[in-house]
Design a protein around this ligand. Structure first.
Ligand code: NAD
Ligand code: UDX
Length: 459
């Protein structure tokens, strides 16, 4: 099967960068990314590349190269589906907020809507690719919907989970550790292998059966998150014993069986994937009656919630058990550096805990808007939107943000925080000047010498 037209449904953090790179690397394939969100599509089409809806280093350059040549962004979903040989589904699969499985299971309503729309709009055979992260055996449901509601055309379903991490999406897409393709139909699998083989070495393209591919995505995220929770658990023990978590991480990470990556202790992992995907894995295990399996993985989330909570508790305790009316400046709001994404960011939960103690929180993040900060807090429904706006201020200049602050809390590991003039900052702050470093980012001995009261995770 020769692929000349690809449609991708969902122009988000995955669909946008992934399809832009396919278009960049396969100039012979026309790639159309569609979304029902008109604002998002308009932003992807913005002539000013700094206004793209997703911030990723290197993304603007890729879009500049391919957009208008063989990369298009559109809200006309039906036409793009009808014309395509291959349709990627890259819509959101958030945790359910209602009904059975509320708070655990993946909400598949957007996936089902896509399937029904594909079935209705298709007048020729197509390969359907699951790009979204899905519960194992979702392809079965997709097949049933496509087959029963379609126009009699053939659909081959493939699973092709995405392993990019935000902040390094373009690098990850250009040089993936592996591409995973699950499917039952050899020709369809080969067609997708051929797309990736334009730039990915063939030995890095793994093919499996559908269910292994679907399950591997949840498993990969569970393993990665588990490493973060494991080192975070040790960080608490370090704080009690005089050990230093970075030193422990280095010591164990040099064992080639353990490896050095994903051992950075933090205020807790965030992002749209880890929590959602582990909750989903736990739910699936429970559904099959595998309670020990479910409890095992649930502990990763329990540990992460504990880490966020104890970071906030430590701030309150250290500041003489009261932060009421005190100005606490957050450096960073994004869930990690080099992204404007704030979904499940630890900052949101730490702020919520401090706001409940009536702190005045001031936020500085180089890429996150004030509108987003308020939306994240309002979504929690812990207090009224007016109250959030009364207690929280978002500032564009870091020095202004820290002036007269009682404490600074580092929530995201943005590189620029390391370059600040900390002498100047200390002089402008209330005394004692506290720093709570949730990323173990700043040089502790230097800040101690300047006169800060410096507290870091795992130290
Ligand atoms: P996102 O919310 O950024 O984007 C999803 C987009 O799909 C939205 O713009 C939404 O408007 C659109 N959409 C929803 N239903 C639609 C429909 N019926 N028709 C057209 N458009 C529709 O989500 P994301 O972060 O890109 O994640 C997408 C999927 O990829 C999820 O399953 C996620 O788990 C998975 N994933 C995400 C990451 C990541 O780093 N964000 C990494 C790997 C996998
Ligand atoms: C993750 C997976 O890495 C990626 O493969 C998958 O496709 C999507 O989910 P992402 O959530 O974008 O990617 O970022 P990641 O780098 O994994 O970081 C997730 C969270 O863990 C961030 O909050 C990060 O700060 C935190 N983290 C990561 C740590 O606290 N310590 C670490 O050592 C690594």
């Amino acid at each position: 099967m020769n692929i000349s037209k690809i449609c991708c449904i969902g122009a988000g953090y995955v669909g946008g960068p992934t399809m832009s790179v396919i278009a960049q690397k396969c100039p012979g394939i026309t790639v159309t990314i569609v979304d029902i969100n008109e604002q998002r599509i308009a932003a992807w089409n913005n002539a000013d590349l700094s206004k793209l809806p997703v911030y990723e280093p290197g993304l603007a350059e890729v879009v500049a190269e391919a957009r208008g040549r063989n990369l298009f962004f559109s809200t006309d979903v039906d036409t793009a589906i009808a014309e395509a040989d291959m349709v990627f589904i890259s819509v959101n699969t958030p945790t359910k907020t209602y009904g059975k499985g509320k708070g655990m299971a993946a909400d598949l309503k957007y996936i089902e809507l896509c399937a029904r729309q594909i079935a209705a709009a298709s007048t020729s055979d197509k390969i359907i690719v699951e790009k979204s992260t899905l519960p194992v055996r979702t392809a079965e449901a997709l097949q049933s919907i496509l087959h029963n509601t379609g126009n009699g055309v053939n659909f081959h379903i493939l699973s092709n989970p995405e392993f990019l991490a935000e902040g390094t999406a373009i690098q990850d897409l250009h040089h993936p550790d592996r591409v995973l393709i699950g499917g039952e139909n050899g020709e369809a699998v080969q067609a997708l292998v051929d797309v990736y083989a334009s730039w990915v070495p063939r030995e890095r393209i793994l093919t499996t059966n559908l269910w292994s591919s679907e399950l591997s995505k949840l498993t990969a995220n569970a393993f990665l998150a588990q490493r973060v929770s494991s080192i975070n658990a040790i960080s608490e023990l370090c704080e009690r014993t005089g050990a230093n978590v970075d030193e422990v991480a280095r010591a164990i990470g040099t064992d080639s069986r353990i490896g050095p990556k994903f051992l950075k202790a933090s205020v807790g992992f965030g992002g749209s994937c880890f929590q959602k995907d582990i909750l989903n894995l736990v739910y699936i295990a429970r559904t099959y009656g595998l309670h020990e399996v479910a409890d095992y993985w649930e502990q990763v989330i329990i540990m992460n919630d504990h880490q966020k909570r104890r970071f906030a508790d430590n701030i309150v305790q250290t500041m003489y058990n009261t932060v009421s009316g005190k100005k606490i400046t957050f450096l960073g709001w994004a869930f990690k550096k080099d992204t404007n994404d704030t979904r499940e960011s630890a900052a949101i939960h730490v702020a919520d805990a401090l706001l409940s103690e009536e702190a005045n929180v001031v936020v500085y993040d180089p890429k996150v808007t004030a509108q987003q900060v308020y939306a994240d807090l309002d979504y929690l429904c812990s207090r009224s939107p007016e109250e959030n706006r009364r207690l929280v201020t978002v500032v564009n200049d870091p020095y202004d943000a820290m002036e007269s602050a009682h404490a600074v809390a580092v929530l995201t590991e943005w590189d620029e925080f390391k370059t600040y003039n900390w002498h100047r900052i200390k002089d402008s702050m209330m005394k004692p000047a506290f720093i709570f470093d949730g990323r173990k980012l700043l040089p502790d001995n230097k800040l101690g010498q300047i006169g800060f009261q410096y507290y870091a995770i795992g130290e």
